[in-house]
Write a protein that binds this ligand. Structure first.
Ligand SMILES: Cc1cc2nc3c(=O)[nH]c(=O)nc-3n(C[C@H](O)[C@H](O)[C@H](O)COP(=O)(O)OP(=O)(O)OC[C@H]3O[C@@H](n4cnc5c(N)ncnc54)[C@H](O)[C@@H]3O)c2cc1C
Length: 322
């Protein structure tokens, strides 16, 4: 690892001022579960690392006017075990439970989980292995997964870079229309997570002087059904091959409205809008749900080794909706 300066931030303002001072040479760290691996593999070499776990008051789960608020430093395990979340926002508990392992869920913050880097093995490979790839994500000219070993890469919206968003919390929170409260030099702003991820794969989630301080989840309507399903090769400590988050408002066996979001398939959580349209205002039948699962894949362009993801996506959508 290259040397870097380490700061224990005392306040959000202190963090923003350090981020402004160091610009793109600074990174914030929460649990370190993702970023330490990137540092060791020299994928990133910041001059300053700003620990924000030392900022008080950013670890909470609360409801305010029926809006769920989750502080940026809240551990994934706290979301997994919160009775408030289990009662009303169970999809978040399901997603949290599927993240990594109990120890990693204790270490990881919700903001770190949302901002974690992708897991592409070309991108993350360190020089110690004797082989590194200067891929497009690092400013190079090509994506090595395009004609390489792409079995875990994207099948939808994969174009310039085929890495997928690895965050299970992102998939579930996008399906819940959640937003992030973001603070930077220019002040405070709120952005939906769907918007935040739209800059991926090659853009930045946030400006270099910004941090997430809170996740805001709007109140769910009555008669909301929610489900997060994940398929991974191992039962624990494994990223999603494919995941599906579905949040549906159901009245008399008819879907009044639904959000269906797919994980593990695209650079950002993918909103299966065509499937949503097909299901909206229709009685739920196995035939319709089957058609909708096919519509969800209408933009899919699998690579040489990952077409196997498509039937898994269809199966998970059908299970989540039915
Ligand atoms: C073996 C293994 C298996 C895993 N399996 C899964 C899985 O199945 N599903 C899943 O979803 N995740 C999984 N993860 C991810 C893991 O659980 C963590 O959530 C993730 O690695 C980062 O969390 P962290 O708090 O440690 O973030 P850090 O490593 O500290 O930070 C990660 C990134 O987020 C940025 N960041 C953190 N907080 C903020 C903030 N408030 N504002 C702006 N930027 C911020 C940091 O700068 C950094 O770029 C796995 C990780 C490992 C190592």
């Amino acid at each position: 690892m290259k040397n870097f300066k380490h700061f224990n931030a005392k306040t959000i303002e202190n963090t923003v001022s350090l981020l402004r001072e160091y610009g793109s040479d600074a990174k914030v760290i929460t649990g370190g579960v993702d970023i330490v691996g990137l540092l060791k593999n020299r994928v990133i070499e910041p001059k300053a690392l700003i620990n924000i776990k030392t900022i008080p008051g950013l670890n909470y789960i609360s409801e305010n006017g029926n809006t769920l608020r989750i502080g940026a430093l809240t551990p994934i395990s706290a979301i997994e075990f919160s009775s408030r979340i289990a009662d009303k926002y169970s999809i978040l508990a399901e997603a949290a439970h599927g993240v990594a392992s109990p120890q990693l869920r204790n270490m990881s913050s919700v903001s770190g989980n949302l901002c974690q880097s992708n897991r592409c093995w070309y991108y993350r490979r360190g020089p110690d292995t004797g082989l590194t790839f200067f891929c497009r994500l690092k400013g190079g000219k090509r994506c090595y997964a395009a004609d390489g070993d792409n079995r875990y890469h994207g099948v939808i919206n994969a174009d310039k870079c085929h890495a997928v968003c690895p965050s299970d919390m992102a998939t579930a929170l996008v399906a819940m229309n959640a937003s992030a409260r973001i603070v930077g030099s220019a002040g405070e702003r709120t952005m939906t997570l769907e918007q935040m991820y739209s800059s991926l794969p090659l853009g930045r989630l946030l400006e270099t002087d910004e941090i997430i301080t809170e996740i805001i989840v709007p109140k769910l309507k009555e008669n909301t059904r929610q489900r997060f399903l994940k398929f991974a090769i191992r039962k624990t400590i494994d990223f999603a091959i494919v995941s599906v988050a579905a949040v549906s408002n159901v009245e008399n066996n008819t879907i009044a409205d639904t959000n269906i979001v797919l994980g593990g398939v695209a650079p950002a959580p993918f909103r299966a809008a065509l499937a949503e349209d097909m299901l909206r205002a229709q009685p739920i039948t196995p035939e319709l749900v089957d058609k909708a699962s096919l519509a969800a894949l209408s933009k899919a362009k699998p690579l040489s080794k990952n077409a196997y993801k498509l039937p898994i996506i269809r199966a998970l959508i059908k299970r989540a909706i039915m």
